[in-house]
Design a protein around this ligand. Structure first.
Ligand SMILES: NC(=O)c1ccc[n+]([C@@H]2O[C@H](COP(=O)([O-])OP(=O)(O)OC[C@H]3O[C@@H](n4cnc5c(N)ncnc54)[C@H](OP(=O)(O)O)[C@@H]3O)[C@@H](O)[C@H]2O)c1
Length: 257
């Protein structure tokens, strides 16, 4: 099935900046109706102004009760969400035991638990409408291909997102609903400053290119999309080369990040 975005209702988490805000802009341009969520109301309002007609539902996805409230508000008045984009997430560069524990546990809550919770809640309505081109885009990372020292918890959360999404893709085959896992590498957003890093410098992509690849992949019902030539090569190496060797190299790179 070749999916289109015209008149689709799309819920985007982490829509206040970076990749999520870019999803909003590109989907609005393609005729989608948007529901935007994140914590920062001011930044969400700016994205809303650029995407007239979109609905804003602010909230904190590290609050274990928020996914249920978000689902209830998003589907209120008989509204149906056609596409869920689980994009909200953050990372932390540094030694695991030197980092703040609450920060790292909240990362697991956001990157894993909220994403799983929202997928669980929105999927049944999508499966009821197999002709409507519904589905989920889950944002992982190339870091999910490997255990990454100095990016330890973050890389592990993204390995979960990759495995969860791809298994679900298989589980849903033939039922009209798809799940696409997006694995970008360094992308020019607020991610690096939030994660206490300095960025990838040479191989950083713009959010526009990342989102274009993701939207094309979802339209084609693809299971996984790794964006950018450098990240594609890195993903192949991480699969083919000995894990110990790759972990050492990745750990050195992350120490500098
Ligand atoms: N940039 C990269 O290099 C890179 C690479 C690979 C994967 N990714 C992934 O791409 C996704 C988007 O990140 P980005 O690069 O666009 O970074 P970003 O600019 O920092 O955006 C992160 C988004 O997540 C939201 N968010 C953070 N904590 C939240 C919470 N507790 N509850 C609800 N929303 C929350 C933020 O909004 P508020 O602060 O307003 O809540 C923001 O909208 C993440 O899953 C990230 O892991 C990024």
């Amino acid at each position: 099935m070749h999916r289109t975005y015209q008149d689709k209702t799309v819920l985007i988490t982490g829509a206040s900046s970076g990749i999520g805000a870019e999803f909003a802009r590109q989907l609005h341009a393609q005729g989608a109706q948007l529901i935007l969520t994140a914590r920062s109301v001011d930044r969400l309002r700016k994205v809303q102004a650029a995407c007239p007609g979109s609905v804003v539902i602010p909230g904190d996805l590290t609050d274990p009760g928020f996914p249920a409230r978000l689902h209830a508000i998003a589907t209120g008045n008989g509204r149906q969400v056609d596409i869920l984009i689980n994009n909200a997430g953050y990372g932390y560069y540094g030694r695991f035991h030197k980092g703040d524990l609450t920060w790292q546990l909240n990362m697991i809550q956001l990157n894993i638990a909220a994403l799983t919770d929202l997928t669980y809640r929105f999927l049944p309505q999508m499966l009821d409408r197999p002709e409507d081109g519904c589905g989920v885009i889950n944002v992982a990372s190339v870091a999910g291909f490997l255990p990454v020292p100095h990016f330890t918890v973050y890389a592990a959360t993204k390995a979960y997102v990759m495995n969860f999404s791809q298994a679900l893709w298989q589980e849903l085959q033939g039922q009209g609903v798809t799940v696409t896992c997006l694995s970008p590498g360094f992308t020019r957003t607020n991610f690096q400053s939030v994660a206490n890093g300095t960025g990838g410098r040479y191989f950083e992509q713009e959010p526009a290119a990342v989102v274009q690849s993701a939207l094309k992949a979802f339209q084609r019902g693809r299971r996984l999309v790794v964006t950018g030539a450098f990240n594609k090569l890195a993903a192949v190496l991480m699969r083919l080369m000995p894990t110990g060797l790759m972990m050492k190299a990745a750990g050195r790179a992350m120490k500098r990040a």
